[in-house]
Design a protein around this ligand. Structure first.
Ligand code: MN
Ligand code: MN
Length: 460
């Protein structure tokens, strides 16, 4: 009876065949390769575009007409992206959407970042997204991003990743002199204005100048990139951890890396849409920017660029008529592909055991997010949860339905509510993570593979 009636939750590694394990590890190697190549939203777009180009996808702007089976994408300002495979049925019948985000918490450079103080040159930062500031000191850091000169020339920067390149760091106080700091609350121990990146200490050999270290750095930057100090004002430079994504554990069952929120769901979504061939309904993949800071701005999910993309599908398939876009959305279904908080035994007190996602137990579904009385949640309808369950059960994929933490302990949100606003049926669906938003986040290879298989089954 128990076998029959209980919702039994078991680790995916339990009784796994050698063949499946091999498949999972091979996929994870490819995922780790991606994580090491991609540490910003721009790099994610670049990587995705290359993969799509190699798999027969075309830039939608280059096509006059679309027909079933066509594979297209739209790149929005190099920072977000929408991808579609046109289905047999009319768009009017709705889309199957998987939407992830490709931005991650980090430190952004301020518009005027460079300064010198008492023998050192530094870059000032403003952190991006929800970070625990103390985690960003005393680790190796790399600088990724773009500088755009006033003539429009764009310079790509990526330094701190190769073994022969220098790295950067943010210093912290030695424990010997940290008596006062150690008494502070964790959130106040490191001041946001003290997250200054150490970048140099050799002065320009010119005794008549002041700010000689800053001058030396600017000279080096001018030689290497052709830039002046003013060019920082039109740059987007991101300070990210310089360490590599690696397999974790003696059994290599997990992945440790920066930026798995949410590039784990982004990567698995892209891989999933590559598998979609002539689907019944049009399959759509979203790679959104700015999720970590509220999804605002024209590369965030709140913007109307996504609506424009779907309108273009309607126009180019010749299906469009007045107000059809709203109908398309109301008939559409979506997995909001974002990470979930995995149960961490060391911090088990913030989770409610029966409703926490477990690492290695399969795809995590969050029926709702929000905080304190479900406030701010997009709560998926029971009918829709049943439909998604059915897809996973038919595909023989383990899934777990959970919530982010104990009642009143905290909460969070994703892009789900933005798409739900348009009338789409949405549920959060992704990979459980340990140390979410930290410079080094942990996932299970089993769950990563399940996410890929799950997104693929959903879009097909
Ligand atoms: Mn996320
Ligand atoms: Mn996040």
């Amino acid at each position: 009876m128990k076998e029959e009636l209980f919702n039994k939750k078991v680790s995916g590694w339990e009784n796994i065949s050698e063949e499946n394990k091999e498949k999972i590890f091979k996929f994870s190697d490819e995922y780790i390769y991606f994580l090491n190549k991609v540490k910003t939203e721009r790099e994610a777009v670049c990587f995705a575009k290359k993969m799509l180009d190699e798999n027969g996808f075309k830039d939608i702007n280059k096509l006059e007409k679309l027909k079933k089976g066509d594979k297209v994408y739209y790149v929005n300002r190099d920072k977000s992206m929408y991808i579609a495979v046109i289905g047999e049925e009319k768009l009017e019948n709705g889309l199957n959407i998987v939407g992830a985000h490709i931005d991650s918490p980090r430190l952004d450079l301020k518009p005027n970042p460079l300064y010198e103080d008492t023998g050192f040159a530094y870059l000032k930062t403003h952190y991006y997204g929800g970070i625990k500031k103390y985690q960003w000191t005393t680790i190796p850091l790399a600088i990724h991003g773009v500088i755009v000169k006033s003539n429009g020339e764009k310079i790509n920067i990526c330094i701190g990743e190769e073994d022969d390149e220098p790295i950067f760091t943010i210093t912290d106080l030695l424990p010997h002199l940290a008596v006062e700091q150690m008494e502070k609350k964790l959130k106040e121990a490191i001041n946001g204005e003290d997250l200054n990146v150490l970048i140099g200490s050799i002065p320009m050999q010119d005794k008549d100048q002041n700010e000689k270290i800053k001058l030396n750095i600017l000279t080096l930057l001018n030689e290497k990139y052709g830039i002046k100090e003013i060019d920082f004002v039109s740059s987007e430079l991101e300070i990210v951890p310089a360490f590599k994504a690696r397999s974790l554990g003696f059994d290599k069952s997990m992945v440790a890396s920066y930026g798995q929120d949410d590039r784990v769901c982004a990567y698995t979504s892209i891989r999933a849409i590559l598998d979609v061939v002539e689907p019944k309904k049009t399959a759509v993949c979203i790679l959104a920017d700015k999720e970590e800071i509220g999804s605002y701005g024209n590369t965030g999910m709140e913007s109307h660029v996504f609506d424009m993309f779907i309108s273009e599908l309607l126009n180019k398939t010749g299906e469009n008529k007045p107000n059809l876009l709203e109908k398309v959305f109301c008939n559409s279904k979506m997995l909001s592909a974002d990470v979930d908080a995995g149960l961490d035994p060391i911090y088990a007190s913030v989770s409610e055991k029966n409703n926490a996602a477990r690492i290695g137990y399969g795809i995590g579904l969050n029926k709702y997010t929000g905080a304190r009385g479900k406030s701010g949640a997009s709560d998926a309808n029971a009918e829709y949860v049943a439909e998604v369950r059915n897809i996973f059960e038919k595909a023989n994929l383990p899934y777990q339905v959970s919530e982010l933490g104990k009642v009143d302990v905290g909460g969070g949100g994703t892009i789900a509510l933005i798409l739900a606003d348009k009338g789409i049926d949405v549920i959060d669906c992704g990979v459980p993570v340990l140390s979410m938003h930290a410079p080094y986040e942990v996932t299970s290879k089993f769950d990563v593979f399940c996410a890929y298989k799950g997104y693929s089954a959903f879009m097909k």
